[in-house]
Design a protein around this ligand. Structure first.
Ligand code: SF4
Length: 337
């Protein structure tokens, strides 16, 4: 089944009375304060426009996604207005499902039932961290204790649950980050998204950064930490559907500092793959072997201008080794033959 064809509708900062230190939704969504209130007409226009876009996989399921604010923080009539605008498309099958993102403290059983009855299939919770001191310092306005009941309410209503986590938040250490991830994994979400913290203009974090109160992760460190998180979720078969922020002109313009890279997820996958290769090849220098890899991982394994292969060769790990890229090998697999 190909990945769904998502029609994104940004409700920048709507429904959210908070101001997390890292957040400037207006900058990231690219819509600015002047974009104002999004109503049923704008939703319908966005869907009509997107349905005409070319699709990589025509058979992919079409989903509408409300992103960028805290959807369930909107008054119920506003939620009904926005979801109702999608209803005709759900009824005639042009759209197969709805998804949205919100905060853990803005979900209860009644609200989850309402979403399910309105055609919503998936809700993503911006959890970001389960470390109490980090949540407080980041002015999240909710606690780690809000997360389990929110997940349970959504599950009870029959909705799929995604959880977003961030690496590199102020006061988060590698140890507390991994503890957060374990707590999230224990809740058994249907998927997670992993984002490195970046500093965007207009956020409180930008002021902290300018004052020397906050130092973002380097790109290399963010890749290492995200690879550890990915390995943790892989081990319990929880899909990581995204690593790194979606690159956009608006984000590039707002970015002040931090480990943003347009192909952040590929950097993480390459690191994980190279680690596996090193582990497989270590300890038998010079022994004639074939390394079986997926042909779809070829560019990750080689790296830009074969940089990864050169690293492995310098370490003497490729002596006597023949790389055998095969189409039938699953991605991320490394076998020695
Ligand atoms: S909860 Fe989300 S929308 Fe609200 S301030 Fe925080 S990051 Fe921004």
């Amino acid at each position: 089944m190909p990945a769904p064809f998502i029609i994104p509708i940004f409700i920048a900062h709507q429904g959210c009375p908070h101001h997390c230190v890292f957040c400037n939704q207006h900058q990231i969504s690219g819509q600015g304060e002047a974009a104002g209130r999004i109503g049923a007409a704008e939703v319908a226009a966005a869907i009509d426009g997107a349905l005409g876009w070319p699709r990589r996989s025509p058979e992919a399921e079409v989903q509408v996604a409300f992103y960028g604010g805290s959807f369930t923080g909107l008054p119920r009539p506003r939620q009904a207005e926005l979801l109702g605008a999608v209803a005709p498309y759900l009824a005639d099958g042009r759209v197969a499902g709805l998804r949205l993102s919100t905060r853990p403290d803005m979900v209860d059983a009644d609200g989850a039932d309402f979403l399910e009855a309105s055609g919503v299939r998936t809700v993503e919770l911006g959890v970001q961290s389960m470390t109490p001191s980090v949540l407080t310092l980041c002015r999240r306005g909710h606690t780690a204790g809000d997360v389990p009941p929110a997940v349970a309410a959504l599950r009870q209503a029959g909705l799929a649950v995604g959880i977003q986590l961030m690496a590199g938040l102020p006061a988060e250490t590698p140890a507390t980050l991994m503890t957060s991830a374990k707590q999230v994994a224990a809740l058994g979400p249907d998927f997670v998204r992993l984002y490195p913290t970046v500093v965007v203009a207009g956020s409180e974090l930008a002021a902290w950064y300018a004052a020397g109160r906050y130092q973002p992760l380097s790109l290399a460190r963010a890749v290492v930490l995200t690879a550890r998180l990915k390995a943790l979720f892989d081990a319990v078969a929880i899909p990581v559907v995204r690593m790194g922020l979606q690159h956009s002109a608006a984000l590039a313009a707002a970015l002040v500092a931090g480990p943003h890279h347009p192909a952040f997820g590929e950097l993480v996958k390459a690191r994980m793959l190279l680690q596996k290769i090193r582990q497989c090849l270590a300890g038998q220098p010079g022994v004639s072997r074939a390394l079986l890899l997926s042909s779809r991982d070829q560019s990750l394994v080689r790296g830009k201008a074969n940089a990864h292969l050169k690293q492995l060769a310098r370490a003497g790990l490729l002596d006597g080794v023949r790389l055998d890229f095969r189409s039938e090998m699953p991605r991320g697999t490394v076998l020695v033959a």
